[in-house]
Design a protein around this ligand. Structure first.
Ligand code: HSE
Length: 340
């Protein structure tokens, strides 16, 4: 099947998925009968471009890497107009996350779904704040709203629960959902001090530009909210989730944990409780060294699903990155290609 793709946002993830699609073009065609043209790209830094027959992506990658504006197929349409008017069959929303308003991503997703286009996104805003509303539009228009990339990059979480774990009831989820803080806690255990390790995490590109969202737990809370709404199927609002970050963890706390045979982890958790409700929170917890999450060190992420039929199932993997998040977009594109 030939897909016409629009990329909204051409930063790390937009360029990452483009590189993957170019590198794997033949393999995707041969193995999955997946063919594509990227017909539209919108980016606030490089401009908005459209060619219904397909854009010159290698040239655009070069221009973006040189921090130059796109020079070919430039259009005067704003991003919402471009989404509505282009001939894309699937829109990938890959702009920056705003967990307060969800904008501008929410407007992009709404415009795409309302005009009958599938949406694949790595943006936590629309998924954490407006999942139910967006899903309703998608269902009405008989298109997909797929969000694998919003939780733990390409490490399969949403697709795991909807695919291989389908048939199991998931009663609890407990996870390390933020790489920055896990990296910081790992290094603090080795003796590095909070401020110094935060600086290293920023230099390594794990932390957000404003790391408050990482260290205060807000990034993890967004992911908990998505897991609650999507995996547990329980409508919840982000600001109803108790949230505490790692800013108050001291060297003395780390020593105490060690003495107790434990290790500090920033844990996002959701648990089914009586009355069809769930209890959700983000907080630093002393995890016993025997627990699978305790061994997850550095910038890695991990989730343990408690299920009725399998008991605990834990998955460990990267939670961010150019190719890693690009892969999440690819898996959702392949789901659309397979007709799910
Ligand atoms: N800053 C985030 C993290 C990136 O450290 O996990 C992915 O949301």
């Amino acid at each position: 099947m030939k897909h016409k793709i629009a990329l909204i946002g051409f930063g790390t993830v937009g360029q990452g998925i483009t590189e993957i699609l170019l590198e794997k073009k033949e393999e995707l065609k041969k193995k999955y009968k997946f063919e594509y043209d990227i017909v539209a790209v919108a980016d606030f830094a490089y401009g908005n471009v459209y060619n219904p027959k397909g854009l010159d992506m290698p040239k655009m990658l070069k221009e973006a890497k040189a921090k130059k504006k796109f020079s070919k197929d430039v259009v005067k349409l704003n991003t919402v107009q471009l989404i509505e008017k282009c001939n894309a069959t699937v829109v990938c929303e890959l702009t920056y996350t705003d967990l307060k308003t969800g904008k501008p991503a929410v407007d992009h997703v709404k415009a795409a779904l309302s005009s009958g286009k599938h949406v694949v996104t790595s943006n936590k805003g629309p998924a954490a704040l407006k999942y139910i509303e967006m899903k309703k539009i998608a269902d009405k228009k008989k298109v997909k709203f797929l969000i694998e990339g919003t939780v733990v990059a390409g490490t399969p979480i949403i697709n795991l629960t909807e695919g291989p774990l389908a048939g199991c009831e998931i009663t609890a989820i407990k996870g390390i959902l933020n790489g920055t803080t896990n990296y910081m806690l790992t290094e603090m255990e080795k003796g590095m001090d909070y401020k110094a390790v935060l600086k290293v995490a920023q230099d390594l590109g794990y932390a957000e530009a404003d790391p408050t969202g990482d260290v205060e737990g807000h990034d993890a809370r967004g992911k908990v909210c998505i897991l609650g709404n999507v995996v547990m199927g329980v409508p919840m609002k982000i600001d109803e989730i108790d949230c505490k970050g790692i800013t108050k963890i001291t060297a003395a706390d780390i020593k105490t944990a060690k003495e107790k045979g434990c290790r500090w982890k920033l844990i996002g958790s959701i648990e089914k409780v009586k009355g069809g409700k769930v209890k959700a929170s983000v907080s630093p917890q002393m995890v016993e060294l025997t627990h699978p999450l305790a061994g997850v060190m550095g910038a890695k992420n991990a989730l343990t699903f408690t299920t009725d039929l399998l008991g605990d199932v834990t998955i460990v993997g990267p939670g961010a990155g150019r190719k890693e998040t690009g892969f999440a977009i690819l898996t959702d594109l392949l789901r659309i290609n397979s007709g799910m």
